[in-house]
Design a protein around this ligand. Structure first.
Ligand code: GLU
Ligand code: MG
Length: 447
């Protein structure tokens, strides 16, 4: 535990004036109330910073309640700091941040996403399983201009000149992430205009979701210092590569990975296969949590390496789930879900993936064979015979699938399921007829 004494010392060392108490809501907007350090004392232990319960009813568009969320303007809940997540913000001198769990009186609040993930981690632990994860983000750099944002460059996959031009900003982002404890593994230019990737090291599930908040905050804030917009919007340019936030995960028992069979480092274990089968079985509904914006569904299309069918593969970049089998004798360490983007609240997305996977384990669902080649090229009757189905093509379809998915609804709990679905429905209603340009303009402000 980070002691209160340590926090006080860190505040002095970094000359912190404000501590941001951060939460991420059902619309995946990262928000904070920043407490003046001279006023911090009452919040150091126990007490949390108050917010309106209605915060969990706000869609991405504006600060007005989505109907049917089960929340009203009447009601106050409290953000309690998880001081283990405290860090000074390298991109905002004088500010620090702490991630929070939301409490209703003395109890964790039913609508709190971070609490939901904690519950799913506990459900895995009840089966003696630990979950590790990492979000592998792609993002676009844009330059603001009077006629609207334009791409930072027009380079293609891994083109070195993109790294040359972006070296300063990528280096600065990397330094900031490392100052906050994240481990940057690599960087390269991705296919799309101004698109980059910057994978970070995995962590236990709660930390992985926390890291996703820190990553998004840092990339956007530091890019702004260079006069750039960094955006995670899944599909900014209709016919170019989209921005995924592929979710990598692994399972361990008693500190030992159980991704593969003991002694067979390249053979998926029975439990891991069942976990993957659970994800595939729930994928249409899961999408309402892992690719939850109207814009997300423009990214999930065949031929864009985003995955568009309920299938898995090994080296296959058109498969929704990928168990990357290395060519060398290296062990298989994790599985990747491509149907995930950074418009997803990471606590909800990862928690729901765990719930789906555990259902697969509990019901010992069979995984079937990996798909070879592009699933879009398989004859339709073969796809059907193998249970490979096209994924929902709109948020409306994914919402309908979630409304029918008792396992995910039960995992969320009735309160969170209600507020979450209300927010998703409000967004779908408001955005389903928007032009792509209007949609992107709105979302660039948020993600
Ligand atoms: N940009 C692709 C997506 O939308 C992924 C490309 C890749 O890294 O395989 O998920
Ligand atoms: Mg990529």
């Amino acid at each position: 535990m980070t002691s209160v004494h340590t926090i006080r010392t860190l505040i002095q060392t970094h000359q912190v004036r404000f501590v941001r108490f951060i939460w991420c809501d059902n619309a995946n907007v990262i928000r904070a109330k920043a407490v003046r350090t001279t006023m911090l004392e009452p919040y150091l232990e126990g007490n949390g910073v108050g917010i309106a319960a209605a915060q969990q009813a706000l869609p991405v568009l504006y600060d007005a309640l989505a109907p049917g969320a089960g929340l009203t303007p009447d009601g106050e809940v409290h953000m309690r700091a998880d001081w283990t997540t405290f860090a000074a913000l390298p991109y905002a001198p004088g500010h620090a941040r702490v991630l929070t769990d939301i409490y209703d009186g003395d109890h964790p609040w039913h609508h709190c996403p971070r609490t939901f993930l904690r519950r799913m981690i506990a459900a895995a632990a009840a089966r003696d399983l630990s979950v590790y994860a990492a979000f592998e983000n792609e993002f676009s750099l844009l330059r603001p201009s009077d006629t609207g944002p334009t791409p930072f460059d027009q380079t293609v996959f891994c083109q070195t000149s993109a790294l040359d031009r972006a070296a300063e900003v990528i280096n600065a982002i990397t330094e900031d992430l490392e100052a906050q404890g994240l481990v940057v593994e690599m960087t390269y230019a991705e296919s799309g205009p101004g698109q980059f990737e910057l994978p970070v090291r995995y962590a236990d599930a709660l930390r992985a979701a926390d890291q996703q908040i820190v990553f998004r905050e840092t990339v956007r804030a530091r890019a702004a210092h260079y006069g750039l917009i960094a955006s995670f919007v899944p599909k900014i340019y209709p016919d170019k590569a989209g921005n995924g936030a592929h979710l990598h995960f692994s399972l361990a028992r008693q500190g030992t990975s159980i991704v593969t069979e003991p002694g067979q480092p390249r053979t998926l274990s029975a439990e891991m296969r069942a976990f993957m089968a659970g994800i595939l079985a729930h994928l249409p509904a899961l999408m309402a949590l892992t690719t939850p914006s109207a814009n997300s569904f423009k990214r999930i299309r065949p031929r864009f390496w985003s995955g568009a069918f309920t299938c898995w593969g090994t080296g296959n970049r058109e498969a929704a789930l990928r168990a990357p089998m290395p060519d060398s004798a290296q062990p298989l360490t994790n599985v990747e879900l491509k149907i995930s983007d950074a418009t997803a609240n990471p606590y909800l997305a990862l928690g729901a993936v765990i719930a789906a996977g555990l259902d697969g384990i509990d019901r010992q669902l069979p995984l079937g064979d990996p798909v070879r080649g592009d699933p879009a090229d398989l004859p339709e009757d073969e796809r059907l015979a193998r249970g490979i189905l096209p994924l929902p093509t709109s948020l409306g379809e994914a919402i309908a699938a979630l409304e029918r998915d008792d396992v995910l609804l039960e995992a969320l709990g009735s309160d969170l399921a209600r507020s979450y679905l209300a927010v998703r429905r409000a967004e779908w209603q408001a955005m389903k007829d928007m032009s792509h340009a209007e949609e992107v303009q709105l979302l660039l402000e948020r993600y």
